[in-house]
Ligand binder design. Structure first.
Ligand code: FMN
Length: 173
């Protein structure tokens, strides 16, 4: 089905329409995790907005809802890790995208050289340092410098049209 949504300046874009249309863009599922310096405990959240931004200098960018409780903790901790979740890590995604509770209780992780949690079994790890936060409406656009990277085996977890799964389940099906 195709639908036409007017995008004329001044016309209101309905939030549900916006979500529906954007859900047609498949994304990866990335755990952005660090250590809250106040509690010395892991903190983090899931983002689908993670993208490479610049090669020289090496930068990544992602958007964070201004309502996020976890990002300020990760930000205060300084260096953090981004783990690109693998197919089958749906439960990790659900834990780390919860608003409350001990998000890391059932999430196996190992520390990066900076001490930030890297999720075990992810397909890639990108260790970062926050550089800038820009205004992005009801979100912040976070720009971070890449410090080091590595990859693991397996296929990525994908989010598409509200479904979480492997590439075959969510896109090719
Ligand atoms: C697949 C997926 C993608 C998400 N992408 C983002 C995102 O790009 N930015 C964001 O702020 N929240 C995103 N979220 C929601 C956050 O993970 C969630 O709101 C957050 O964990 C709330 O916890 P907090 O208040 O402790 O930060 C996403 C959730 C899921 C399941």
């Amino acid at each position: 089905m195709t639908t036409a949504t007017p995008a004329t300046p001044g016309l209101r874009i309905d939030q549900l329409d916006f979500r529906h249309v954007m859900s047609h863009l498949p994304t990866g599922v990335v755990a952005v995790t660090g250590v809250d310096p106040t509690s010395a405990r892991p903190a983090g959240l899931i983002v689908g907005s993670f993208a490479s931004l610049s090669l020289e200098p090496p930068l990544v960018a992602f958007s964070i809802a201004r309502t996020s409780g976890s990002w300020p903790k990760v930000r205060r901790g300084g260096r953090f890790s981004a783990s690109v979740l693998a197919e089958g890590q749906d439960a990790v995604c659900r834990s780390l995208s919860r608003k409350n509770g001990d998000k890391f209780a059932d999430v196996p992780w190992h520390p990066s050289p900076d001490g930030a949690p890297r999720v075990n079994g992810a397909v890639a790890w990108i260790d970062c340092e926050p550089e800038q936060e820009l205004d992005g409406g009801d979100h912040l656009i976070v720009i971070a410098r890449v410090l080091r990277m590595s990859t693991g085996p397996g296929e990525p977890l994908v989010f598409h049209k509200g479904r979480l799964g492997g590439y075959r389940e969510t896109i090719a099906a």
